[in-house]
Design a protein around this ligand. Structure first.
Ligand SMILES: Nc1ncnc2c1ncn2[C@@H]1O[C@H](COP(=O)(O)OP(=O)(O)OP(=O)(O)O)[C@@H](O)[C@H]1O
Length: 257
């Protein structure tokens, strides 16, 4: 059994004491494993990530962290203007001594992270002048530059085009498989959870949650309950590739009058 990087014991979280979002939550995330967190808007996914990261105190219970954690937040615009390279170097902050400049090793790590995301050409650009998708890739590079053992990402593919979504999903799979990273991500795309995660957490209505192996949890029935619209699973056969499992929402639109 591989190393436990992040776990919770009877965790209650939320903003107001006495009103936890969910009943005591027991999570166990191991090295080399990807966990996907799904739930409707406002159900508490970001709040959970902030509690796991230690930004918010638990209302009850505990979070055990083992090793350095890198975090990719939802998109934000920094108050000052920074180059992309400087933004990525911020991921090294924990490794640079106070009042010291980044070393050649830090700068090389930042460039490596930019190359992993295929955005080396953006290094000298102003971060605030980038598109939303480009900024999202830079924030992922910043987390990777920290050389963390656990990576927590809040909707990492939300602003990305299809090519970059595939690239980021592929990269996360490689980081888990080849470097043993423990990865947790939130997503609104259940197909992404099926494609890359081993475990899934569904934050349901009525303060219930479902947690376990993705094949048991990310099902048509559970997603239909979760989102309140019918969701169907289809298997797509592709030449020389393993079959691809997609989860399709069935939107029924009423005719305009
Ligand atoms: N600082 C805060 N103080 C009090 N309540 C908050 C605060 N931040 C968020 N909330 C509330 O907590 C609930 C959960 O918010 P959260 O951002 O965790 O949801 P989410 O599942 O990540 O949503 P989304 O999918 O829309 O990103 C929401 O009702 C939100 O209004």
């Amino acid at each position: 059994m591989s190393l436990i990087r992040l776990s919770t014991q009877a965790l209650a979280y939320g903003y107001h004491a006495g009103e936890p979002f969910f009943p005591p939550l027991e999570l166990c995330c191991r090295a080399g494993e990807i966990t996907a967190i799904l739930g409707a808007n406002g159900r508490g996914k970001t709040t959970l990530l902030h509690t796991l990261l230690g930004f918010l105190p638990p209302l009850a219970g505990t979070v055990q962290r083992n090793g350095a954690i890198g975090f990719v937040p939802q998109l934000f615009t920094p108050p000052f203007s920074y180059s992309v390279l400087d933004m990525v170097l911020m991921g090294r902050a924990g490794r640079i001594a106070l009042f010291s400049l980044p070393t050649a090793h830090d700068i090389a790590a930042a460039h490596r992270a930019l190359e992993m995301l295929d955005i080396a050409a953006l290094a000298e650009r102003d971060f605030s002048a980038l598109s939303g998708g480009q900024r999202q890739l830079v924030l992922i590079a910043r987390a990777l530059a920290s050389e963390c053992q656990t990576l927590i990402l809040d909707e990492p593919t939300a602003a990305l085009d299809l090519h970059n979504q595939a690239q980021v999903l592929q990269l996360l799979t490689q980081l888990a498989r080849e470097q043993g990273l423990c990865i947790l991500l939130t997503t609104h795309d259940p197909s992404h959870a099926l494609a890359i995660a081993q475990r899934a957490l569904l934050l349901m209505a009525d303060k219930q949650y479902l947690y376990g192996h993705r094949d048991k949890v990310v099902t048509e029935e559970n997603l239909t309950r979760l989102y309140g619209i019918p969701v169907r699973q289809v298997t797509l056969e592709m030449p020389e590739q393993p079959p691809y499992q997609a989860l399709i929402p069935l939107f029924t639109l009423t005719e305009p009058r």
